[in-house]
Design a protein around this ligand. Structure first.
Ligand SMILES: [Fe+2]
Length: 246
C-alpha cells in the first residue's frame, strides 16, 4: 500500500498521527509531494522523518524558497522560511543538502507525482472546476495532456479532491474510497497533512492499494501546534488558520 502525503509544513503533531495510522494500515511506501517545511514550528523533526521514511520526496515551492532564497511569498510565509533555514542550518548534518536534491516530479509506472500541476510541477495550482468552462478545461487536460501517465497526484492547493473525465469527486466522511480502474485518467489532490485549507481542520492524506484510492482525515492536537507557532515568534495568523482550516 502506498501513502501519498503533501504539504506537511513542519507540523509534527499532524505528521505523527498520519504516520501512526499508516503503520496500522500496513503502508509500505511513502510518497511525499513536497512542502515538507514552511509555515510550521518543527522543521527539523519533520524534515528528519521525511528524509528517513519517504521513498520519494519532491521539490515544493517552499523547498525551492528554502534552497534558493527566491520566492513570491507574503510576509508571514517569507518570515517562516527564513526562520526555517536558520534552524536547518543550525541543526547541521545533511538536512539542508537533502532539500537541494529534491526533484520537481517523479514518474512511477502510470503514476505521475507533482507538487503543483502537470504544467508547472512546482508552482501551478490544480483548481477544482467550479463552472462548466473550467470543467471542460479539466476534461481537456485529462484527455489531451495526460500522456505517458494515467494518474497524477498533486499537492500545493491543500484541498483534497479527485477530477476525472466524468466529473469531480470531493471526498467526505460518508464516501472516502474510490476505485481507479487501470487506464482511467485522474488528477488526485491529496490535501495537506500540516495546513488543510478546505475548512476541515483535520490532517489530510491519501492511500492507494491496487485500484483502491482512499482519502483520509484524522484529528490531531491542533492547540499544541498553534502554541508552538506562537512560542517560535512566527506570525499569529499561521496558528489561527490551523484552527479554521483556511
Ligand atoms: Fe503548501
Amino acid at each position: 500500500m502506498l501513502a501519498i502525503l503533501s504539504d506537511l509544513h513542519s507540523n509534527l503533531e499532524a505528521l505523527t498521527v498520519v504516520m501512526e495510522q499508516c503503520a496500522k494500515l500496513g503502508v509500505t511506501d511513502y510518497l511525499c509531494l513536497g512542502d515538507v517545511i514552511g509555515y510550521g514550528p518543527d522543521p527539523v523533526a519533520v524534515a528528519t522523518i521525511a528524509k528517513t521514511r519517504f521513498t520519494t520526496s519532491l521539490m515544493g515551492n517552499h523547498e525551492e524558497a528554502l534552497v534558493t532564497g527566491r520566492h513570491r511569498f507574503n510576509p508571514h510565509a517569507a518570515q517562516a522560511i527564513d526562520w526555517t533555514r536558520r534552524l536547518l542550518t543550525a541543526a547541521g548534518g545533511d538536512l539542508l543538502p537533502w532539500f537541494k536534491e529534491r526533484k520537481p516530479f517523479a514518474l512511477r509506472g502510470p503514476l505521475l507525482m507533482v507538487h503543483g500541476s502537470i504544467y508547472d510541477p512546482v508552482h501551478d495550482y490544480v483548481d477544482e472546476p467550479e463552472n462548466p468552462i473550467e470543467a471542460n478545461n479539466m476534461i481537456d487536460t485529462l484527455s489531451r495532456d495526460f500522456a505517458g501517465f494515467d494518474v497524477c497526484f498533486a499537492g500545493h492547493n491543500h484541498t483534497p479532491f479527485m477530477a476525472t473525465t466524468m466529473g469531480v469527486m470531493i471526498p467526505h466522511d460518508g464516501h472516502r474510497t474510490f476505485r481507479i480502474p487501470a487506464g482511467h485518467k485522474a488528477y488526485i489532490c491529496v490535501g495537506s497533512v500540516g495546513q488543510p485549507r478546505d475548512r476541515d481542520i483535520r490532517t489530510s492524506f491519501a492511500t492507494l492499494d491496487g485500484e483502491q484510492l482512499t482519502f483520509h482525515r484524522l484529528n490531531y492536537d491542533v492547540p499544541k501546534t498553534q502554541a508552538k507557532i506562537r512560542a517560535a515568534g512566527l506570525n499569529a495568523f499561521l496558528a489561527e488558520r490551523l484552527g479554521e482550516g483556511i
